[in-house]
Design a protein around this ligand. Structure first.
Ligand code: HEC
Length: 107
């Protein structure tokens, strides 16, 4: 009984630690999910997978779309005049996702 309690306690802590690592779900995620999926796995042909991508890279890509230095009309329209805070949240969210194993090696 005692062992069980100790194990259960340990598990609870581990789960809490995992949950704490996950950034909050961004408010604007719904729109992005139509093309990139909630977990960063592309839903339409031509959209890149974002799951597990480097945080700095995602943040920069989003800024580049927003200010137009990366001029892809589709993504520029999707990102719109987003605030730095929102942009950061979206980048954190996708960067924290883990791609499913079978998709790992794909471009
Ligand atoms: C209508 C479909 C669509 C929507 C909606 C959309 N995207 Fe995209 N996204 C794309 C496509 C297509 C590309 C590839 C564009 C290119 O070639 O640069 C892309 C590229 C990106 C990239 C760059 C990836 C890389 O590897 O360089 C990021 C980051 C990104 N999208 C994030 C988002 C976020 C965050 C949202 C929500 C605010 C969003 N996208 C909404 C279709 C979409």
């Amino acid at each position: 009984m005692r062992t069980f309690l100790v194990v259960a306690l340990g598990l609870t802590c581990a789960l809490q630690a995992l949950a704490a690592d996950m950034p909050p779900k961004p408010v604007r995620l719904g729109l992005c999910a139509a093309c990139h999926g909630e977990t960063g796995m592309a839903q339409i042909p031509g959209a890149p997978n974002l799951a597990g991508q480097k945080l700095d890279y995602l943040r920069k890509a989003l800024k580049d779309y927003r200010d137009g230095s990366r001029d892809v009309p589709l993504m520029r329209a999707a990102i719109g005049p987003v605030s730095d805070a929102d942009l950061d949240q979206l980048a954190r969210w996708y960067s924290a996702q883990t791609p499913p194993p079978q998709a790992a090696g794909q471009p």
